[in-house]
Ligand binder design. Sequence first.
Ligand code: GNR
Ligand code: NI
Length: 169
Amino acid sequence: MAVLHILTYPDPRLREKARPVDAVDAALAQLADDMLQTMYAAKGIGLAATQVGVPKRLVVMDLSPQHDQPQVLINPRIIASDGAQVCEEGCLSVPEVFEEVERAQRVTLAYVDLSGEAQRVEADGLLAVCVQHEIDHLDGKLFVDYLSRLKQDRLRKKADKRLRDDTRL
Ligand code: GNR
Ligand code: NI
């Protein structure tokens, strides 16, 4: 078990499109375990492999109040969606930014579980938001991409300034 480093905006690795997982093996199970530990340590409800620098289509989530219902989604895909909802989102890779984003209210999700079985589930509310947010990560997309041009410009300037300050000492 290990807590992994979470990449932060504007790291270019967050913009890469992740490749499908081709083997559900012990190494993948270990990565999923490490990602869960990383997510719990950072107090998140979801984490995509992209965020820990691994460009594979793997997501972990736990929306339960006691943080005792980990979910591992391999090669997750949204096969149907409907409705709309607005939720205030945050992201472990975009610290200290919380903004409202509109997403589908309800999604049908197909994925492979850790035993290699194909699964299909319906999700709505916050679970549907989280699934859409995480699959976006696998496609190199961040929730801030949905914000107005003005808000994105401000974020980029703040991140640029932070990078400059960090490299100056
Ligand atoms: O912990 C998280 N909370 C959250 C809240 C609203 C919408 C999406 C999320 S996902 C986020 C963790 C994260 O960055 N996952 O990629
Ligand atoms: Ni995120």
